[in-house]
Design a binder for this molecule. Structure first.
Ligand SMILES: CCCCCCC/C=C/C(=O)SCCNC(=O)CCNC(=O)[C@H](O)C(C)(C)COP(=O)(O)OP(=O)(O)OC[C@H]1O[C@@H](n2cnc3c(N)ncnc32)[C@H](O)[C@@H]1OP(=O)(O)O
Ligand SMILES: Cc1cc2nc3c(=O)[nH]c(=O)nc-3n(C[C@H](O)[C@H](O)[C@H](O)COP(=O)(O)OP(=O)(O)OC[C@H]3O[C@@H](n4cnc5c(N)ncnc54)[C@H](O)[C@@H]3O)c2cc1C
Length: 581
């Protein structure tokens, strides 16, 4: 019988809530196995990897990634924790000089991790070289007690993932060996001299890697939610579609199909984009190991774009799935509330979405201006400099819709760049002008990102090796996805002139037909995600469809149902009832 992680609970006997708390609500080792492991792999030199990786793999070292401080999360260059090199002792002295420099949020930092990759402002020979990563032991490897000069704790209950002991950390002039600075890309030598990296953002590499990982994670979480809501919608009968006729499955209602099918399509859209960005991430990592950082900007921007879009789409999709299940979607045993709370944080962490989208916008404007000057631009933004004529694709064909996205995105960048120039002429300060255009800039980044995701969906479906039947369903899902996002962004296409009002009405009509056509595929599609009941952890989405029996069985596990009269009656209710006699 498989055991539930380290809680040693036979899986089938575990309550759904216990399943969620370990598998979904936030595994306290997730940062150890993801960011901490990646930081050692990508930021430590080979000698350091030999020293720490085997211990981390055996869980002798349990690490976290301690970058965010209570005063700074987004602005990495504003971090206050200091690491000052002492040439006498050849050590770095870590210190938290202010309350705002307290490390705050890192997963597992409160009570689980005994080590961390700490991002701190590196000082040597009286000069600050900016944030750099350091391997820091926090707790005694045998007793797990915090080490002298290290102050640790847990930050308290959160919206979700409460099993992840997000913690806080302060240093009181805590000394670590010089060789604890992760030295793959930059070094401080014994004499205190600083050797700079071939690109000054390589120390941000673990953030980029994690953004790419989040994209894939979001597709899986959304897949769980659409599985639960779609299976439930096939079991739940409610109301009268035709007066006097038996209550239909709620999946028969067009509004229910509209709530679910576009998000089933979104699972594939996010997944295909995740695969594409992951390939790029691996290629760029290989190039960096050969000293070539040319494509690092492309990876940075694409990881920002896809992390922002996938976290937003999956969070919104999970909430729509929860709402589509009515009251039972609000009950913990449905699995949907914990899916929502453990996904909505992906919008914030690893780079708050607005900030990442502004990074994308910065790249779009810079590339557009480079194109105007005839300078080379990188592949993902080459379209900004291409002519904006619609090629001769059949009207409203998939290719025509992708071209409509491409031209509308290029148009919006061009229009926003003009607005930025006008604002600069008024303000005579680029940064003020940038801020006064930042809402429009975020819209540019969102449309560019959606164009990328749509294009990847279509190109993947067109090239995928699959049976005719599977290909046909994927083509319908892709078509639904393209039309759905065009209808959600109608203004952009009308403004760019790529689609008319009549075109949009025609596409809407086709979308409604696609909902009806895909209705019979809804349950087979989510069954194909093949989530075991134990991992789905849902009374509404279990394979056997025994929703009502499972809801009732799960309720019996509530501690409150161990007795007919609860202790609260004798302690609170009875005195209350008697007090009025
Ligand atoms: C599925 C796994 C789940 C694991 C659980 C995860 C739990 C959560 C963990 C965390 O949250 S860890 C902490 C995450 N924190 C962040 O992500 C912070 C976000 N902020 C930043 O990344 C940076 O502050 C910034 C927003 C990118 C700005 O950086 P900076 O101020 O240094 O640069 P700018 O002045 O804006 O730009 C200058 C220049 O540098 C380029 N650039 C910026 N970042 C990168 C990068 N990572 N790689 C490559 N290039 C980068 C930027 O594009 C500019 O280029 P130019 O325009 O000048 O050419
Ligand atoms: C569940 C969870 C787990 C986490 N795990 C970790 C971890 O393991 N390790 C770690 O180091 N950190 C972790 N974090 C912290 C996380 O990385 C930060 O919360 C995140 O980077 C956002 O930073 P912030 O909280 O300072 O928000 P802020 O940056 O203060 O954001 C607040 C608002 O300010 C806006 N804003 C900020 N800068 C700009 C700008 N330049 N332009 C326009 N608007 C701006 C934002 O858009 C947002 O609306 C975690 C956070 C959460 C919620």
């Amino acid at each position: 019988m498989r055991k539930l992680a380290e809680h040693n609970i036979p899986l089938r006997e575990a309550s759904i809530t216990q399943v969620h708390s370990v598998l979904r609500d936030g595994n306290p080792l997730i940062v150890h196995t993801s960011m901490f492991a990646n930081a050692l792999a990508s930021l430590a030199n080979p000698k350091q990897q030999q020293q720490w990786v085997p211990l981390a793999e055996k869980n002798r070292i349990i690490g976290t990634y301690a970058q965010t401080e209570i005063g700074h999360g987004t602005f990495v260059r504003g971090l206050e924790t200091t690491a000052i090199f002492d040439p006498e002792t050849k050590e770095f002295v870590l210190h938290s000089p202010t309350i705002t420099s307290t490390k705050w949020w890192p997963g597992g930092l409160g009570k689980t991790a005994n080590a961390a990759i700490v991002m701190a402002q590196l000082y040597t020979q009286g000069k600050c070289y900016g944030p750099h990563p350091f391997f820091v032991q926090l707790r005694d490897f045998d007793t797990h007690h915090s080490l002298p000069g290290v102050i640790l704790g847990e930050i308290g209950p959160r919206l979700g993932i409460n099993s992840q002991d997000n913690g806080y950390l302060r240093f009181d002039h805590y000394r670590i060996p010089r060789t604890n600075m992760l030295m793959r890309h930059s070094q401080v030598l014994e004499d205190g001299s600083y050797v700079k990296p071939i690109h000054n953002k390589l120390s941000y590499g673990t953030m980029v890697w994690t953004r790419v990982a989040i994209v894939h994670s979001c597709s899986k979480k959304l897949a769980c939610a659409v599985t639960i809501a779609t299976r439930y919608s096939a079991v739940r009968h409610q109301s009268e579609l035709v007066p006097g006729k038996p209550e239909p499955q709620i999946l028969e209602y067009q509004t229910q199909q509209y709530k679910l099918l576009p998000h089933i399509a979104s699972v594939f859209a996010i997944l295909f984009s995740a695969s594409s960005v992951l390939r790029m991430q691996r290629n760029v990592a290989a190039s960096i190991s050969k000293g070539n950082v040319e494509l690092l900007p492309e990876l940075h921007i694409l990881s920002c774009a896809m992390k922002a879009l996938s976290s937003q789409d999956s969070t919104q999709g999970i909430e729509t799935c929860r709402l589509a299940c009515g009251g039972h979607g609000y009950i913990a045993s449905s699995g949907l509330p914990s899916l929502y709370t453990s996904t909505t944080c992906t919008i914030t962490y690893e780079g708050e979405n607005t900030v990442l989208l502004l990074q994308v916008a910065r790249y779009l404007i810079k590339s557009y201006r480079a194109g105007l000057e005839g300078l080379p631009v990188l592949p993902s933004v080459m379209y900004l400099t291409a002519p904006s004529a619609m090629h001769q694709s059949p009207p409203l064909s998939n290719q025509a819709l992708i071209e409509a996205f491409r031209i509308s995105s290029a148009n919006l960048v061009k229009e926003t760049e003009s607005r930025l120039c006008r604002q600069f002429n008024l303000e005579q300060n680029f940064h003020y002008a940038w801020n006064r255009c930042s809402v429009a800039l975020v819209h540019c980044a969102e449309l560019h990102s959606r164009y990328y995701m749509c294009e990847k969906f279509l190109s993947t479906v067109e090239s995928i090796r699959a049976s005719d039947r599977v290909r046909s369903v994927l083509q319908d899902l892709c078509r639904l996805y393209l039309i759905h996002h065009i209808t959600l962004n109608q203004g952009h296409f009308l403004r760019s002139g790529t689609l008319s009002g009549v075109d949009l009405s025609t596409l809407e009509e086709e979308m409604y037909e696609l909902l009806a056509k895909l209705r019979p595929q809804a349950v087979p599609l989510v069954d194909a995600f093949d989530f075991r009941d134990e991992l789905l952890g849902s009374t509404l989405g279990a394979w056997d469809g025994r929703v009502y029996e499972r809801l009732y069985e799960e309720a019996q596990k509530s501690p409150l149902n161990k007795t007919d009269v609860s202790k609260a009656y004798h302690k609170y209710l009875q005195p209350l009832m008697k007090s009025n006699l």
